[in-house]
Design a protein around this ligand. Structure first.
Ligand SMILES: [Zn+2]
Length: 384
């Protein structure tokens, strides 16, 4: 009797050049996340005479209707632009029957994102933004394309210098705006572009309560005279202060790919929307030691960030295989993967990449076609 022939290999990011034999491993992943329950924004009992002057905000600090936003738009979760009419739907406020979680499936056809720069963006800042675009273009079938003569029509992104950093989520239709103030931080711009591509904030993904706790008592409230993490406003005219809690509502209908990703560039930091500097997000054991201080990084795309955008915007020669049964016909795509390794290996083009989801695969054979085997989300065992 032959001994089981199994091999496991651990690689963080998990790509392997070669052919078929074994196995790979693990890495992290993010997800597009979403949100849900929330108390409807209540108007202030006494109308606030004025909206407090707001300092320029780097990221994740403001929410609500703030000066300088286009008519009919509001800011949520610090840096996401939505139509004010979508607020109730987005946060699943009781009484709303509208569907939720629609933005993140509004991806850009063929990964093509047309854009133009506002005249207020300097040449240096344009180049900086294009560097951030390349971060995503390097890892998936995404291409940001500046329109001819810098004038777009149809669905496109208008990039301007603003009082903060923010973006709509996914393809919103027509002209959508990206505001940037942090031109010197490529990762912050990549974060906003992540929203543009369809990513939600990582800590709002449906299963986040298994990984972090939101400390509601530390979140900035409407009645707080000052808040270290920024204020929040409703969509009334003039805007009134509201509790910032809704920014942490999990988005139950969001799609996700891969494990919870503490390293995601789309994750909030520990004191986001804090009223007093105390943590609003506590990482649960056993991940707290490694991640409590590290969540909210704005220096790089995580392995998970790259994987989820790879799932959303797959290159032509990428295929997926998963032992988990998926309803419907398998097409070898991220959402409809093949279920058999042999089928995945046969259908991945030469020089292509086969993304292998965690599990044990028993089909061993000889394969000579060069391709990359990638195990992005956990341990893969191939044996016989
Ligand atoms: Zn954001």
């Amino acid at each position: 009797m032959k001994k089981p022939n199994r091999l496991m290999l651990f690689m963080a990011g998990g790509a392997l050049f070669g052919l078929a034999v074994l196995a790979l491993v693990f890495s992290a992943h993010p997800g597009y996340a979403q949100q849900d329950t929330l108390t409807p924004p209540m108007p202030m009992p006494t109308p606030p005479p004025t909206v407090p002057a707001l300092p320029p905000q780097p990221d994740q600090v403001l929410s609500g209707v703030v000066p300088g936003l286009p008519q009919g738009m509001m800011l949520v979760e610090g840096d996401i632009l939505i139509k004010t009419s979508d607020f109730t739907r987005r946060y699943n406020i009781p009484g709303s029957n509208a569907p939720q979680g629609t933005y993140e499936v509004n991806t850009w056809t063929n990964g093509l994102v047309p854009y133009e720069f506002d005249a207020n963006v300097t040449a240096v800042n344009r180049t900086a933004m294009q560097d951030a675009m390349e971060w995503w273009e390097d890892v998936a079938a995404v291409s940001f394309a500046q329109c001819t003569n810098n004038v777009c029509s149809g669905d496109f992104v208008h990039i301007q210098s603003g009082a903060g950093n923010n973006s709509a989520i996914g393809r919103a239709g027509g002209r959508q705006i990206i505001n940037i103030i942090s031109w010197g931080n490529t990762a912050i711009m990549a974060h906003e572009l992540g929203h543009t591509l369809g990513l939600e904030h990582e800590q709002n993904r449906p299963n986040r309560n298994s990984f972090v706790t939101i400390n509601t008592n530390n979140i900035c409230k409407a009645t707080d005279p000052s808040c270290t993490g920024g204020f929040c406003f409703d969509n009334a005219t003039p805007p009134g202060r509201i509790d910032c809690d809704f920014n942490f509502n999990l988005i139950s209908t969001a799609s996700t790919y891969g494990p919870y990703d503490f390293d995601s560039v789309m994750h909030y930091n520990r004191t986001a929307f804090s009223r007093n500097g105390s943590d609003t997000i506590t990482v649960l054991p056993p991940n707290n030691t490694a991640w409590q201080d590290a969540i909210g990084q704005r220096t790089h795309l995580s392995a998970g960030d790259k994987n989820v955008v790879g799932c959303m915007y797959a290159r032509a020669n990428w295929r997926w295989v998963s032992t988990t049964a998926n309803p419907g016909t398998p097409f070898g795509t991220c959402t409809q993967p093949y279920t058999l390794m042999s089928v995945g290996l046969t259908n991945t083009p030469e020089q292509g990449t086969l993304w292998i989801e965690p599990g044990t695969y028993w089909e061993i054979g000889s394969f000579t076609r060069p391709m990359t085997l990638k195990a992005p989300n956990g341990t893969v065992t191939i044996g016989n």
